[in-house]
Design a protein. Structure first.
Length: 231
């Protein structure tokens, strides 16, 4: 093969990769502390995901920014989004809106089966934060703490010594107290353990409780059941 042909092939590969990146889209699952029990399922171009989520939270109709529970890049986001909307159609609040009264962990479980792309939750959440006014973020953080306190494992029904399982179905940790677990012989926060196990998913603002469960029920669902009636 000549040098010219080699260069042409290399340039062709780069162009194909660039086109693929340009066509890449993101499917996202959002929650909002001002709307407990409600999940938004949507899609956008991968390059616009963070800005899109930030713009949703800046609407005058929404008092707090949205949290990105899960986001992944897929080549056919519209098809994946439609499949999710169909699956959760009985839980849809308004036929013309993308809001569903369901548990985010259930949406994530199906999305993980549907997509074959890259998980970009932490990246999208960071991009959304970068596009959000810092004062709004600070105010939102204070409001979130008032509305939904930090998870207390004992308060939601777990006991010291209970074993919880990570999303891989293999890795476990043991409840050590209201806010800590024992992992590999050391006491730590669950967020820190989750960052070690899967840093591409758990990032700033992404709650680790969505990725751990006990007896088949996620910690996020237990938390929602405990705080579900709070305003």
């Amino acid at each position: 093969m000549s040098c010219d042909n080699t260069l042409e092939n290399a340039e062709g590969i780069k162009m194909d990769e660039a086109n693929a990146q340009q066509d890449l889209q993101t499917v996202y699952v959002l929650t909002n502390p001002a709307m407990p029990g409600i999940v938004k399922i949507g899609m956008t171009r991968a390059s616009d995901a963070g800005e899109r989520i930030a713009s949703l939270g800046s609407s005058s109709a929404v008092p707090l920014p949205f949290d990105c529970v899960y986001a992944c890049n897929v080549p056919d986001a519209r098809k994946v989004e439609q499949a999710l909307h169909f699956a959760f159609a009985p839980d849809r609040i308004n036929p013309s809106r993308e809001f569903f009264r369901t548990k985010p962990s259930q949406v994530v479980a199906i999305l993980e089966l549907l997509h074959q792309g890259k998980v970009v939750t932490a990246q999208v959440e960071a991009q959304a934060e970068a596009k959000t006014d810092p004062e709004a973020l600070e105010s939102a953080a204070k409001d979130k703490r008032k509305m939904r306190p930090k998870i207390d494992y004992l308060a939601i029904g777990l006991k010291v010594g209970d074993v919880i399982t990570f999303r891989d179905g293999v890795t476990t940790a043991t409840i050590a107290g209201p806010h800590t677990v024992i992992y590999q012989g050391e006491e730590s926060s669950l967020q820190r353990v989750s960052l070690k196990l899967m840093p591409e998913i758990v990032g700033r603002g992404v709650a680790s409780k969505f990725y751990w469960s006990i007896n088949g029920q996620s910690l996020a669902d237990l938390y929602e059941e405990f705080h579900g009636d709070e305003e």
